[in-house]
Design a protein around this ligand. Structure first.
Ligand code: FO1
Length: 308
């Protein structure tokens, strides 16, 4: 069994590589839910949907989120009424949020609904929310005070300085059913190349999850989301810098020290291998930038090898 701790786009790409080299039935993804947002009365789970749509080969390849061949007529109607349109929900994507919201309203939990949506897309891997409790990431900014994660990420295009991150609800959250077992029972636990601060940490902070991963440390492999000092997508590099972490593969090693046995870093960062090892992690240097399926499968193989 392989268990992956996942955020959005980077994790989805690695998982696409994993399902090419391991039977999907042996793979579990434990996904961040602190980005989730209630919008227009609909419950939207961006990271879960990015993982599901990518694995279903249905994701929009340019955006990396939402569905391909999307139309935006509902957003045009909303615009006519002066409704909120900075967070865009495509017409096809809306069906997912309508279904999920309805099922949650009827009393199903997020684990169950996520499983139903995964099956409806023909997926055989297990996709679990980190928790069924409501988590909400808030970003403290210099300019606007504390704002909700999607306000920071989408409305402000993650371009304003951040001074803090708070995950509301996390102290009292419980790991979703199956999460701790998937970590304890995995041959290898992979921490995907997701933003360590706003994607991975909100999963690790759910009481019990960090401890369960640390107990497996020798079999835990993380992939650095920072390559050549830059995040491949999103604000991970800037957020690390603003919150006092070095935005480099060595900074990622420091961030995950004590939790992770091996850090996989990119060939561009080969010179940092000694700095990674100085943090007490083994270091594997390989190509980590996933331009396509072949690179994703190669990276997945390297992670599995590193976890043995
Ligand atoms: N990202 C954007 O940059 N703009 C959007 O309007 C937007 C809408 C959206 C709707 C559904 C969904 O599942 C994801 C969406 N995202 C959008 C992506 C999302 O904000 C981020 O990728 C994640 O929350 C960060 O991991």
């Amino acid at each position: 069994m392989i268990t992956t701790i996942a955020g959005g786009v980077g994790a989805a790409r690695l998982l696409r590589g994993l399902v090419a080299v391991v039977a999907p039935a042996y793979i579990t993804a434990v996904v961040n839910v602190a980005d989730d947002v209630m919008i227009h009365g609909l419950y939207v789970c961006p990271d879960i949907d990015t993982v599901l749509y990518t694995l279903a080969e249905a994701v929009d390849p340019e955006r990396g989120w939402g569905l391909a061949d999307e139309s935006w007529q509902a957003m045009e109607s909303l615009e006519r009424y002066g409704g909120l349109t900075w967070f865009r929900l495509g017409d096809r994507d809306l069906g997912t949020h309508l279904y999920r919201t309805g099922r949650l309203h009827d009393g199903a939990d997020l684990t169950t609904v996520t499983g139903e949506i995964a099956r409806a897309w023909g997926l055989d891997l297990t996709v679990l929310p980190a928790t069924n409790d409501r988590l909400r990431t808030h970003i403290t900014t210099e300019d606007l005070g504390e704002i909700a994660f999607q306000e920071y990420f989408v409305r402000e295009r993650h371009s304003i300085p951040a001074t803090g991150v708070r995950v509301e609800g996390v102290e009292s959250a419980k790991p979703a059913p199956g999460v701790l077992g998937a970590i304890a029972g995995a041959g290898t636990v992979i921490i995907a190349p997701s933003n360590p601060i706003v994607s991975v940490d909100p999963v690790l902070e759910v009481p019990g999850i960090r401890e369960a991963i640390a107990a497996r440390r020798e079999s835990v492999v993380a992939v650095s989301p920072i390559v050549g000092g830059r995040a491949l997508k999103g604000p991970a590099d800037r957020l690390m810098l603003e919150l006092g972490h070095e935005p480099s593969a060595a900074g990622i090693a420091r961030f995950y020290a004590g939790l992770v046995g091996t850090l996989v870093i990119d060939e561009q960062d080969a010179a940092l291998a000694a700095a990674v090892e100085a943090e007490g992690l083994r270091c594997v240097v390989t190509q980590t930038v996933m331009h396509g399926r072949r690179e994703a499968a190669d990276l997945a193989r390297a992670c599995l090898e590193a976890g043995r």
